[in-house]
Design a binder for this molecule. Structure first.
Ligand SMILES: *Cc1c(COP(=O)(O)O)cnc(C)c1O
Length: 395
């Protein structure tokens, strides 16, 4: 059905679901690697592109296409490509648009493996990167070079939750002829639609909020134009990092509740952030929904709500951070985020332990920083769990 004039909450339930000849409410899962041709001529027409149809699942599959359509609809994009993971999505974008000698300006507060991918793999191909605090437009402008081909933004940034101005950065990118890419994983299209602010390409780790149930690894890239879509599709078809049909089905099922899940993630996070800000064991709290957040007003302008991610610093540094990790019961001690269950982790001893301390601290990741992905459990029960663990730090 066409969902064009509906709200996101309704679109999330229906977008990309074609009922097929049997009119089943949930479409069948095309768990197949390949598709039969009616005749030699039919096969030839599909291969030449004269006729549209399915050939082989790496190149296209109805179940995967259903998921792609749903995300394109929610992001207001042209078309999208579902990938085997968020990293496969990021690789697809970088490998499509960057050539030897190109320069990239990238948010410094960005998913750890994205930094490593740029600094190691793409460096081998003579691609240079400047990491900057992208919440400061002057720093982006200063980092630009004649060879700048791409501005890569994560907002809210991971794990500091710094907010970058999408409209202003899109303007800068347009001025210098660079492509603007946004990793929108932390917001999901329900809270923020970067293409509407002028970004060229949006990507997600489907593993997080979009699937929302911590049972699939996947990624997706959404293009604003047909030209960009065709360029990236060609690369993905050849490099092969596509999602599997069953995982695509699971993610598409997850999307049906995305809007209502995001609503609860945001409501819970708002309450928990306020509780944390008043707690004596806490040094500081970073949540875009708090008036104390340095870019609170910008977040209010470009996001529909402030999301489910909170970072906070406990007094007492590394040791106190570990005490909190070891004393929560309802919040699960695990990396990843965006699922229905609350997850807590300690970047200095976990996700960002591999980073040099001075670089880590410069990127806003202090020893006592804790990252919380607020789930959809009862907010008061999450608060009680955190309160007990924080009180164990002896502050
Ligand atoms: C998890 C994550 C990724 C990578 O996704 P995978 O599915 O783990 O490959 C990229 N960006 C952000 C912001 C993430 O949180």
């Amino acid at each position: 059905m066409s969902t064009t004039n509906y709200s996101d909450q309704t679109k999330a339930v229906h977008a990309g679901l074609e009922h097929g000849p049997e009119l089943s409410i949930v479409p069948p899962i095309y768990q197949t690697s390949t598709f039969r041709f009616h005749s030699a001529d039919h096969g030839a027409r599909l291969f030449s592109g004269e006729e549209q149809g399915y050939i082989y699942t790496r190149l296209g599959n109805p179940t995967i296409e259903g998921l792609e359509k749903a995300v394109s609809v929610l992001e207001n994009g042209y078309k999208s490509m579902a990938c085997a993971s968020g990293m496969a999505a990021i690789h697809t974008v970088l490998a499509t648009f960057l050539n030897a000698g190109d320069h990239v300006v990238c948010s410094e507060s960005v998913y750890g493996p994205t930094t490593t991918l740029l600094n190691t793999f793409f460096k081998r191909f003579n691609i240079e990167v400047s990491f900057v605090d992208s919440s400061n437009l002057e720093l982006i402008k200063t980092a630009l070079k004649p060879a700048t081909k791409m501005i890569y933004i994560e907002t809210p940034g991971n794990p500091t939750l710094a907010i970058s101005d999408l409209t202003a950065i899109a303007g800068i990118a347009r001025q210098v002829g660079a492509l603007m890419v946004v990793d929108n994983t932390f917001s999901s299209p329900i809270l923020q639609k970067p293409l509407d602010f002028g970004a060229d390409v949006v990507l997600h780790s489907l593993t997080k909020f979009i699937n929302g149930h911590a049972d699939v690894v996947g990624g997706i890239v959404v293009a604003r134009t047909e030209e960009h879509y065709l360029q990236m599709r060609k690369v993905l078809n050849l490099t092969g990092g596509v999602i599997d049909p069953f995982n695509a089905f699971l993610v598409h099922r997850g999307i049906k509740t995305l809007a209502i899940r995001m609503k609860t993630h945001c409501e819970n996070a708002r309450k928990i952030a306020a509780f944390l800000e008043d707690h004596p064991a806490i040094q500081s709290v970073s949540y875009p929904g708090l008036p104390s957040h340095p870019q609170h007003e910008l977040a209010a302008r470009q996001m529909k709500d402030f999301g489910g991610m909170i970072s906070f610093e406990v007094k007492g540094g590394l040791e106190a951070g570990k005490v909190v990790m070891d004393n929560v019961h309802l919040c699960q001690l695990a990396v990843s985020l965006g699922g229905v269950e609350s997850l807590i982790q300690h970047p200095a001893s976990m996700t960002h332990a591999g980073m040099k301390k001075e670089l880590r601290v410069q990127a806003g990741i202090s020893d006592g920083l804790v990252r919380l992905s607020v789930g959809i459990e009862d907010a008061d029960e999450i608060i009680a769990d955190l309160d007990l663990a924080l009180n164990k730090t002896g502050r």
